[in-house]
Design a protein around this ligand. Structure first.
Ligand SMILES: [Zn+2]
Length: 347
């Protein structure tokens, strides 16, 4: 192995990412070095590419971006046990502290000291990634590198969808981006009765209907209330999964919920957004904010479901060699793609 590697880096404080050379990371005693095979482009990476307000105040320059990956272990720190060279893996991209009350209680995903690879720390858009062994998630043989590279967003979908009991329930998902679509597939897999997914982008709704057994509703042309009536959802949806960050979508969701309904919020509104709290109170609705995924319970659940018939492979619509990364980002930005996967093996 040479001591240099190719990386996709935020090299300048302006729009874009750059394919450059960086030193090979040196691992500590508790880390592993992972040779990256495939990476997924996330909405977060688009924010970083665009260099929007959030990115400017969050991301240091220069920084190797990317946090969705699959690869294999090529070096082990001297303290690392239970992992082997050649082990295929993905991993949790949130680097947690061990001091907080939440961490010490085993609620690692609620640790306030969390730092993200590819956002605050050097990321996975690289030939090699240094990761604490604690964060490594081994991949069973039946999970491909392509799927391994989208386990991070699948984890968001699984964490959101499994926040509430779905068995026999009518589920409304607002936002048919990749995570919304995967959440729909998970909800079906977990035993929901009806899963309705709304968006204003017909391409995304078509993809949703292809990937999962769901009812797509384009709210620019169809009335959600009509669909509810057709499906004999007489009193409203039992569970809502808000994936769009769109104020109108959340408003429609609250309106469409049953008394005592439960809503999980993953979508991030662009700023402060007005909410009619009185309806939430009078409907006795429970709202839960979702951040990341439960470490490592969500990982366990999603791998088990993938081994037991959950199929989200159709959500990957584009694949590029990493040298064509600009095309991959353009596909993501077009709004007509599902997940875009970059291949690092041909470099
Ligand atoms: Zn992501």
């Amino acid at each position: 192995m040479t001591n240099e590697m190719k990386v996709l880096v935020k090299a300048h404080a302006r729009e874009g990412l750059w394919l450059q050379t960086a030193p090979m990371p040196e691992i500590g005693p508790d880390d592993v070095l992972i040779r990256i095979n495939k990476t997924g482009i996330c909405g977060t990476d688009i924010h970083i590419w665009n260099w929007d307000e959030w990115a400017q105040k969050t991301v240091p320059v220069p920084l190797i971006t990317g946090h969705e990956f699959a690869g294999e272990i090529v070096e082990l720190g001297r303290n690392v046990e239970g992992l082997a060279l050649g082990q295929r893996c993905s991993g949790e991209g949130h680097l947690i502290g061990k001091q907080s009350r939440q961490s010490r209680a085993g609620k690692f995903h609620l640790d306030p000291q969390t730092r993200g690879i590819g956002v605050n720390e050097q990321g996975a858009f690289a030939e090699c990634l240094c990761l604490p062994a604690f964060n490594v998630v081994p991949l069973p043989d039946e999970i491909s590198d392509d799927i391994g590279a989208i386990l991070d967003p699948l984890g968001n979908a699984v964490h959101t969808a499994l926040s509430f009991d779905l068995v026999g329930e009518d589920v409304l998902i607002t936002g048919a981006g990749p995570i919304g679509i995967m959440a729909a597939a998970v909800a079906r897999h977990a035993g929901a009765r009806n899963v309705v997914i709304t968006d204003i982008n017909q391409d995304r709704l078509d993809l949703a209907a292809k990937v999962a057994d769901v009812v797509p509703v384009n709210v620019t042309t169809d009335d959600l209330a009509d669909i509810q009536a057709q499906l004999q959802i007489t009193q409203g949806f039992d569970v809502g999964l808000e994936m769009s960050g769109n104020q109108i979508a959340l408003d429609q969701m609250v309106e469409a919920m049953v008394m005592g309904g439960r809503i999980a919020l993953l979508g991030i509104p662009p700023g402060k957004s007005p909410v009619d709290w009185s309806r939430i109170v009078f409907k006795a609705i429970t709202i839960k904010g979702i951040y990341g995924r439960e470490i490592f319970e969500t990982w366990y659940k999603m791998i088990a479901m993938l081994q037991n018939g959950l199929d989200v492979s159709g959500v990957i619509t584009h694949r590029f060699g990493v040298q064509d990364y600009a095309e991959g980002f353009a596909a993501m930005k077009s709004g007509h793609s599902g997940k875009v996967v970059l291949d690092w093996t041909a470099l």
